[in-house]
Write a protein that binds this ligand. Sequence first.
Ligand SMILES: CC(=O)SCCNC(=O)CCNC(=O)[C@H](O)C(C)(C)COP(=O)(O)OP(=O)(O)OC[C@H]1O[C@@H](n2cnc3c(N)ncnc32)[C@H](O)[C@@H]1OP(=O)(O)O
Ligand SMILES: CC(C)C(=O)C(=O)O
Ligand SMILES: [Mg+2]
Length: 686
Amino acid sequence: MAKMRLKDPSKKYRRFKPLDIPNRQWPSKTLDKVPRWLATDLRDGNQSLVDPMDGEQKFRYFQMLVKLGYKEIEISYPSSGATDFDFTRRLVTTPGVVPNDVWLQVLSPCRKELIKRTVESLKGAKKAILHLYLATSPCFQQIVFGMDNEQSMALAVECTKYARSITKDDPNSGVEEWAYEFSPETFSDSDPEFVLKVCEGVKAAWEPSVENPIIFNLPATVEMSTPNVYADQIEFFCTKISEREKISVSLHPHNDRGCAVAAAELAQMAGADRVEGTLFGNGERTGNVDLVTLALNLYTQGIHPGIDFSDLNSVIDVVETSNKIPVHPRQPYGGQLVVCAFSGSHQDAIKKGFQARETAGATSTDPWVMPYLPLDPEDIGRTYEAIIRVNSQSGKGGVAWIIKRTLQLDLPRGLQVAFSKIVQRETDMLGREMLPNEIKDLFTEAYHLNRNPRFSLIDYNITTDRSSTTTAAAPPTTVTTDASKPAQTTSGKTAPSRNLLRKFDGVIEIDGTEHHLTGSGNGALSALAHALNNLGIDIDIADYKEHSIEKRGAGVGGEGEGGKERKGRDTQAATFIECTAMGQAQKVWGVGIHEDVVQSSLFALLGAASSFLSSRPSTPVPFRPKRSNTLDMEPSSPLSGVQVECEGNGAPKGSADAVGKLEKAAEGTEKVNDGAVAVNGDGEAH
Ligand SMILES: CC(=O)SCCNC(=O)CCNC(=O)[C@H](O)C(C)(C)COP(=O)(O)OP(=O)(O)OC[C@H]1O[C@@H](n2cnc3c(N)ncnc32)[C@H](O)[C@@H]1OP(=O)(O)O
Ligand SMILES: CC(C)C(=O)C(=O)O
Ligand SMILES: [Mg+2]
């Protein structure tokens, strides 16, 4: 057994000792109100960057925060140097940049000369929050400051008094409205009784009012324990501090244990009023709490957070450019992959969810009940196209969704299965995701939507064959229509009524040679099938579906139409035909699209015919399916290598000769009437 190299932690690391508050109330509370938000991207976020933002970047970021709706923004640490000082001056002195209802917050340590400089930077501001911090934990007192409790307390109070004297008590401070924030830094690792004592002293020094409360920001400077422990600490503070109505209790969770969001949520339940954080959680080490997640967590509970994340992508752009740190692809809400599903069962469920909404006629404000997606991607400006993405883990549902989105085609279930196998093979071969356009192109190619490689319908006429005095020798054809369409069924040589017989008379180019074909059936489709049958292509129609599609700019069409824009009509017909070759078990789908429903079905049949022929090796050996139920395909065919659905044992059943005859004709080894094959109503070539 491999030796465990990770060391025994039991002596090196001490378990965090939680508070003992048996009567805690927060576990039975719910999160149902929006806190005061403070965005500290430009201070706490910025101080953690390899290359902090320059003034220009900070300016752009600030404008974005204002636009999103933040009313309290920590913009700088003005005593740190020229960049932050000058940036603060720029905001304060540029007219119209800071809206009247936005508070500018600035941070300073408890050092008088730095507090003075900080206050100076704000001259001219309308609303300013001066934020001082002093660590209160034994670790910091002993290691960093060499102070005891009394000294820490005295420094906090003294600096607060000094701050007051040069801000709200100074008529010449140059700021219209001052607020004060004090952070007992390292709160989460401090003795809660000592924190209370310090804050009582600071409060007394500042003398807040109900209208302008003091902000006690209680940071998890380092996240020390589970989120419930932080919530206990906050509830303890909220219930013990005096004059609670004159205090805004603020949270400032860092994410060292990965629980900052949970800590912020539980701590709000414990009584906090305000949350400080950054967009997507940038900040020292593992970062600050993520304001986007907090806001959208509320949103998905039906509570508007007061921040506008309706165009999250543009927020991500600014954040990534400014921080030079990418937003992780799996970051809640913002990550590129969080509104995507790759796996087949997820895609299937999501697709059904969207279909259910469509069927119910749901609008964008109707209740959201969607498998796997807690948020409507549209609400944050993401498109539905991005949701379903296809790789080797994907199934038919996702592929069908993409074809629906890109080509407006509602694939019948059987065609979904068939095409998803083609996609599966391609993704396995590529070893990567296939993009929607690639899937669309693969479909277009596999089902010959732009160009049928073997058959071209040059000209045709469908007429009623009134001359027929005998029953038509239609090929055994079963056409299953949509319930909305009258069923067309013929069997063997029997047609339901000779008066209803339709006659196909046309010219079809096969592999470059034009053939004149005729055939009859009880519909245009079966008449063409009959005509093909007389050429030796014995095709049965096993399934038929059609629907109309809205006309799009550049079209996909049958042969001869390739990509041409259609003008003058608003809708097209899409036809899906599943065919079997006479006597064979393989099934092939043909797809046709055309303004004319008849022509679209003819395209679909010729598409299927082409796939049948192209799926066999071009050798003189006639059609001979394998017992393995796998068709031999031309390697270049998108259908090659694909398991084709088979019924029975896959053994040849007698039509090989006929199909082979056509293959030979097409290869020029057997010429038929100079390339023109005419077939009479009895199916005889002449
Ligand atoms: C948890 C947080 O995010 S706190 C915010 C941290 N952000 C920053 O520090 C960014 C900006 N900071 C800076 O640019 C610099 O630290 C400055 C300009 C403020 C100060 O620089 P320097 O004077 O060179 O001091 P330096 O940063 O090296 O050391 C910090 C000093 O401040 C003291 N100090 C640290 N925090 C505090 C505090 N809250 N109140 C009073 N003194 C403090 C330290 O004990 C140390 O004192 P010492 O020099 O007597 O040992
Ligand atoms: C200055 C304080 C609030 C801070 O950033 C922290 O403790 O993390
Ligand atoms: Mg911090």
